[in-house]
Design a protein. Structure first.
Length: 292
C-alpha cells in the first residue's frame, strides 16, 4: 500500500512512497509510515471527532491527499524484526475449517493463535448487520472486549446473481437458524432449478480489533459458478456447489493448499499476511495503552 503525502512537508516528502496506515490515539490521528528500517508516527488532530469508541480503518484505502499542519508532531522509531506479541490473538470462531485456514496462513508469524474453542462460554454476538463488514467488525470488537485480547473475526458468504445477491449475510442460516451445510446446499440447488445464470461469488471480510479503539479491515472475493449437484468432499459450507472455472473443479474438490491460494478467505488472509508485520506494530501501539 503506498500513498502520496502532501509535498508541503519536507521530511514527509522523503518517505512519500512508503507504507502508511492510520489509527486513532485519543483525539489525535496517528499516521504510521513504514520506511526502510524506521517507523514514523505522525500525530495530528482530525478535522472532526472520531466515531465514539473508534473508527473502522481500511488499511489500503483510508489515506488520500493528507496535508500536514502545524499541530503535527513527528516521532521516528527504529523498525526492528518483530518480536512475539505478549498475548494471544483470538479467532472469533468455533468453525474448525476456518481455524485451520487462519492457523496455516499465519503460521510464520511470532504470534499465538487461539479460537473461541480455547475459552469458556462467552456472551453471543447477534450478527444483525446488513453487510459482511458490519458483522465482521461487530464480532471482532465483541470478542476483543469480552476476552480483553486482540481478536480477528470474519464474515463471509455466498452471493448468487440469480438470487439478487442472496443468500449473502444469511449464508450460514439460509435453510434455517440451525441448518447444517448439507441443508443449505440442498436449498440453494433447489432455488436454482431451471436457472441458466449460475454466476456467484464468495465474499470474505476480515476485521481485526483490540479491546478499545479502531478496527482494521481486509476483504477478498472469488468469482465462480453454482453447480447443479454437489461435488467433492473437502472444505465446508458451500464448497461442494461452488465451481471455480480456472481450476475446473469445485472448492470441495480442491486440496486445502489449492483452495487457500484462490479462495475469498485466502485472498483476504493473503492481503493480511502481506501486511501482518505492520498489523503487529499497530497492535503493540494500541495495546501499550491498555493494561493486560
Amino acid at each position: 500500500m503506498s500513498s502520496e503525502i502532501g509535498s508541503q512537508h519536507r521530511f514527509l516528502r522523503t518517505v512519500a512512497n512508503s507504507e502508511v496506515c492510520f489509527c486513532h490515539r485519543g483525539t489525535e490521528l496517528s499516521e504510521m509510515i513504514f520506511s526502510g528500517n524506521h517507523v514514523v508516527f505522525v500525530h495530528r488532530r482530525p478535522v472532526s471527532e472520531p466515531e465514539a469508541d473508534g473508527q473502522k480503518i481500511k488499511t489500503r484505502r483510508a489515506i488520500r491527499n493528507s496535508v500536514p499542519d502545524e499541530s503535527e508532531r513527528i516521532v521516528v522509531m527504529e523498525k526492528k524484526k518483530p518480536a512475539a506479541l505478549d498475548r494471544p490473538i483470538v479467532l472469533a470462531t468455533r468453525n474448525k475449517g476456518k481455524i485451520r485456514e487462519f492457523e496455516s496462513l499465519l503460521a510464520e508469524f511470532p504470534v499465538t493463535i487461539k479460537s473461541l474453542e480455547d475459552f469458556g462460554p462467552i456472551p453471543p454476538v447477534v450478527e444483525d448487520g446488513e453487510t459482511f463488514e458490519e458483522n465482521a467488525v461487530k464480532k471482532a470488537r465483541h470478542t476483543a472486549r469480552v476476552l480483553g485480547l486482540p481478536a480477528i473475526a470474519d464474515d463471509s458468504g455466498l452471493e448468487v446473481a440469480a438470487l439478487q445477491g442472496g443468500p449473502g449475510v444469511r449464508s450460514a442460516r439460509y435453510a434455517g437458524e440451525t441448518a447444517v451445510d448439507h441443508e443449505n446446499n440442498l436449498k440453494l440447488l433447489d432455488a436454482l432449478k431451471g436457472v441458466e445464470n449460475r454466476s456467484a461469488r464468495f465474499v470474505c471480510v476480515l476485521a481485526i480489533a483490540v479491546p478499545r479503539g479502531p478496527a482494521l479491515i481486509y476483504d477478498g472475493v472469488c468469482e465462480g459458478q453454482i453447480t447443479r449437484e454437489m461435488m467433492g468432499s473437502n472444505g465446508f459450507g458451500y464448497d461442494p456447489v461452488f465451481f471455480y472455472p480456472p481450476l475446473g473443479r469445485t472448492f470441495a474438490q480442491l486440496s486445502g493448499n489449492e483452495k487457500n491460494r484462490v479462495s475469498h478467505r485466502g485472498s483476504a488472509l493473503a492481503e493480511l499476511r502481506d501486511e501482518f508485520e505492520k498489523v503487529l506494530q499497530w497492535m503493540r501501539h494500541r495495546l501499550s495503552e491498555e493494561p493486560f
